[in-house]
Design a protein. Structure first.
Ligand code: HEC
Ligand code: HEC
Length: 193
């Protein structure tokens, strides 16, 4: 009588391992699409685009939204029940999305001012106008303007924690100057033509 029980236990183990190895990204991201769009191009206000973002950054932020490490205004933003494999698969799905971000209305004067500030303060980690990354920073080119305006304030107010040396980069900049960099990033094509 023992052998069949062991066999059943074994096949159950393999079945669950097989499920974990292939998360159903389509179902997992269906609720996300309401705000972030089906391919990561946001269609809600003040909502970040996820398409083409670095997979490692997305993975870190999705994990933070699931375990409460990142504060958020969205209720049950990422379900706590997501496994590490689900989080990795969804991060890779958005990172690999080649969908296009829409052009945004920006203030040309702020873009010009932001370009200068970016060169002095932000380019070390958000190089090539935010199209590349150093020191694990996220890509910023073409990111949603209103989202970035909100996040720079969230960093300054402490609602979102500075990482690495970004506090040094922000030190002494006025809210207007930080807004200008957000306009500069927003004015940039995500992929250089
Ligand atoms: C009701 C709208 C809404 C839904 C649904 C939603 N999000 Fe979000 N998401 C937002 C908003 C707004 C922000 C930025 C501010 C915040 O977190 O409150 C955000 C931020 C994020 C970020 C951070 C991006 C960055 O650049 O730092 C990630 C990653 C993310 N969401 C993933 C997801 C995933 C995965 C799902 C689905 C499980 C999801 N979101 C569902 C609105 C939403
Ligand atoms: C020393 C490296 C470094 C410098 C310099 C830096 N950043 Fe960052 N930035 C980061 C990292 C790393 C993150 C990701 C933060 C996290 O994990 O929460 C980030 C995130 C951001 C975000 C949030 C992006 C998102 O998708 O949520 C904004 C906005 C931002 N930076 C703006 C700026 C601006 C504006 C400057 C210049 C004034 C700047 N950064 C300079 C490293 C840097």
């Amino acid at each position: 009588m023992r052998t069949p029980i062991v066999a059943v236990a074994f096949s159950a183990l393999f079945a669950s391992a097989a499920c974990a190895a292939a998360p159903d990204v389509q179902s997992l991201t269906t609720p996300c699409a309401e705000c972030h769009g089906p391919a990561g191009v946001s269609r809600a206000a003040k909502t970040p685009h996820l398409n083409g973002q670095l997979a490692d950054y997305l993975e870190q932020e999705i994990a933070g939204l699931a375990d409460g490490g990142r504060a958020t205004g969205v209720a049950n933003h990422v379900p706590k029940t997501w496994s590490p494999a689900d989080i990795t698969a969804v991060a890779q799905f958005y990172a690999q999305s080649t969908a296009q971000r829409p052009a945004q209305a920006v203030d040309p004067q702020k873009v010009a001012q932001g370009n200068v500030i970016h060169g002095k303060r932000c380019a070390e980690c958000h190089p090539d106008a935010g199209r590349r990354s150093d020191h694990d920073a996220p890509l910023m080119a073409g990111q949603d303007l209103d989202y970035m305006l909100g996040e720079t304030r969230a960093f300054v107010s402490g609602k979102r924690k500075f990482v690495f040396l970004m506090d040094d980069a922000f030190r002494g900049l006025t809210p207007d100057e930080l807004d200008a960099v957000a306009h500069f990033f927003a004015s940039q094509a995500q992929v250089k033509k």
